[in-house]
Write a protein that binds this ligand. Structure first.
Ligand SMILES: [Zn+2]
Length: 243
């Protein structure tokens, strides 16, 4: 997932990631630290254009492209591949207060990550890997798209998914090639704890006005670190405890 040409066009920013991603900006919602739930869906189906609202499957990205609705294709792959993908995305967000799940929570906001189908279903170039709204702060009810083309590897889909979710947490693109928010490739990517210039293929200021972005710290600032409810304190064996 890489961008070949990126352009930030005013407030309604539109960034074209050749090789993977296109992001349409949306300003004015949300800020401050908050837990975020992300529902990954492989089921495809109807998505509507409008203000972002994952629960009603409504997407500002579609609206910004002048699309009133789109019938998305399902993820093409085995259960095992899907499980690998979900695990991989969870791993990328493991330390943050971001829950990656497959079923919508009964109440509350969530980000909906639709995985499947080619970019042409959103009338995008075949080199576009994903699409997400982005406004420099958390958009907790966003709909993001991760496109799947013939030959898409789970590792690539994982990277694209993590990248697009990153935009909904307020992240811009960086020039640090090992950072998930970078278009460029130089091996495995993570959210890096390093100050990097923003930009796609050349340096620019970040869209929130800063000269640099530290992706790791920015996510931590936006959502905080995970307080793992599954991590129970280690106990000594009962036999020892009784002594
Ligand atoms: Zn992007």
């Amino acid at each position: 997932m890489l961008l070949a040409s990126g352009a930030l066009v005013g407030a309604a920013a539109m960034m074209v990631h050749l090789g993977q991603t296109l992001d349409l900006g949306k300003f004015g919602l949300g800020s401050g630290r908050q837990s975020v739930v992300v529902v990954m869906s492989r089921d495809g189906g109807l998505i509507f254009g409008g203000d972002d609202d994952a629960r009603t499957r409504t997407s500002s990205s579609l609206a910004n492209r002048g699309l009133s609705q789109v019938q998305l294709a399902k993820f093409r792959g085995s259960d095992r591949q899907w499980s690998r993908l979900v695990r991989c995305v969870r791993d990328r967000y493991a330390q943050y207060d971001v829950q990656i799940v497959e079923q919508p929570p009964a109440v509350g906001d969530y980000v909906l990550a639709m995985v499947g189908g080619p970019p042409r279903q959103l009338e995008l170039e075949k080199t576009v890997g994903g699409l997400a709204p982005h406004n420099g702060s958390v958009i907790s009810d966003a709909v993001v798209f991760v496109f799947q083309t013939r030959g898409s590897k789970v590792s690539e889909l994982c990277q694209t998914t993590a990248h697009e979710i990153g935009h909904t947490l307020g992240l811009d693109h960086t020039r640090l090639c090992s950072d998930i928010m970078s278009y460029e490739r130089c091996g495995p990517k993570r959210f890096r704890d390093q100050h990097a210039r923003c930009g796609e293929w050349s340096d620019r200021d970040c869209d929130v006005g800063d000269s640099h972005q530290n992706s790791e710290q920015l996510i931590a600032q936006a959502v905080g670190y995970r307080r793992d409810p599954d991590r129970t304190p280690r106990r000594r064996p009962l036999a020892l405890a009784r002594r």
